[in-house]
Design a protein around this ligand. Structure first.
Ligand code: SER
Length: 320
């Protein structure tokens, strides 16, 4: 394999599955090495190289770096907010040590660019919740948020002190139809579409008026690629960029589904994830990303709902 390959760590996740497909489409199937802690199957395994990699296993990581000599790494492996609250020690270890392994590899080897996702979870109860600015009070009170904020500081530090070209986005909730999310507080906004088609109803684990920022997957992929393709001198933020698509409540997404499926019903049974959501922003000011590298979302809530239901119906009819 030539030296300009791309390594994805955590390729079996919600974002990794779709990013792998996009990057293989852009750079060629053989150039994008997909890795995950579990063996990858299906089209991702059929279309290009895959490896099993637990990013906490430094020796295995070194072997993979020696074999493929990637010049870019997308490091996506992490425990998300709800799962990390349940397994705080693993959340800290995976989210931090995994990042250290990747940043150190970039420092020591000829790796030109690193992508690492941060999250709206870096904000906390004392952050302004409406149009949350790029720079403001950040006092996360979840394990996931604490690891993402610490990770942001480390990314900026490695850029300043070691010249590592690391780029990052603070993703809001990501919504897509191609792969299932796992362990996030915003994941209700994916599951609701599946349940709407299968059951005609959905029980939501957040209250009806819980407003959160969200991003449809095609916009998230475009944002990620645009950030990674932007000239280094345009990237002024080396911690992580605020990026937003839309904000809505469970009540509002239900109304958008009802426009397509009139009988759809929603009920509410908030659980421990309500407290996590209550500490996060309602909406995000992404003016800095717009200014530095031309970010602009394309999907609003109704456009996303139409597209999600269209694709999920197609996928269901192929399966049945
Ligand atoms: N979607 C993530 C979560 O809910 C936030 O980054 O954990």
């Amino acid at each position: 394999m030539s030296t300009d390959s791309i390594l994805i760590i955590g390729s079996g996740g919600q974002l990794g599955t779709e990013l792998c497909e996009t990057l293989r489409g852009m750079y060629g199937d053989a150039k994008v090495v997909a890795t995950d802690v579990r063996p990858l199957t299906g089209s991702i395994a059929e279309s290009g190289p895959t490896e099993v990699l637990d990013i906490l296993d430094k020796q295995r990581f070194t072997e993979i770096l020696d074999q493929y000599k990637p010049t870019q790494i997308y490091h996506l492996a992490a425990l998300l907010s709800a799962t990390a609250e349940r397994q705080p020690k693993l959340g800290w270890t995976l989210n931090m040590d995994g990042l250290f392994h990747v940043l150190d590899a970039a420092k020591e080897r000829n790796i030109s660019k690193i992508y690492w996702p941060s999250s709206i979870a870096v904000f906390g109860p004392n952050t302004p919740r409406d149009q949350t600015p790029q720079h403001c009070v950040m006092d996360p009170n979840t394990i996931y948020g604490i690891t993402k904020l610490a990770g942001e500081r480390y990314c900026e530090y490695y850029f300043e002190k070691h010249g590592v070209d690391v780029r990052s986005i603070r993703y809001p909730g990501l919504i897509g139809y191609k792969s299932a999310p796992g362990g996030g507080t915003t994941d209700y906004a994916v599951d609701i579409y599946h349940q709407a088609l299968q059951q005609g109803k959905y029980e939501c684990f957040l209250s009806e008026d819980t407003e959160l920022p969200m991003l449809y997957m095609p916009d998230a992929l475009r944002a990620t690629i645009n950030l990674m393709e932007a000239p280094a001198e345009n990237i002024k933020i080396r911690s992580s960029y605020n990026v937003a698509g839309m904000s809505f409540t469970p009540d509002q997404i239900a109304a958008s589904i009802r426009n397509e499926i009139p009988g759809f019903e929603i009920s509410y049974a908030p659980d421990y994830r309500q407290q996590i959501a209550n500490s996060w922003p309602k909406s995000i000011d992404d003016g800095t990303a717009r200014m530095d590298w031309g970010w602009k979302p394309e999907y609003d809530l109704q456009a996303m709902t139409g597209d999600m239901l269209l694709h999920l119906r197609e996928m269901n009819s192929i399966k049945s």
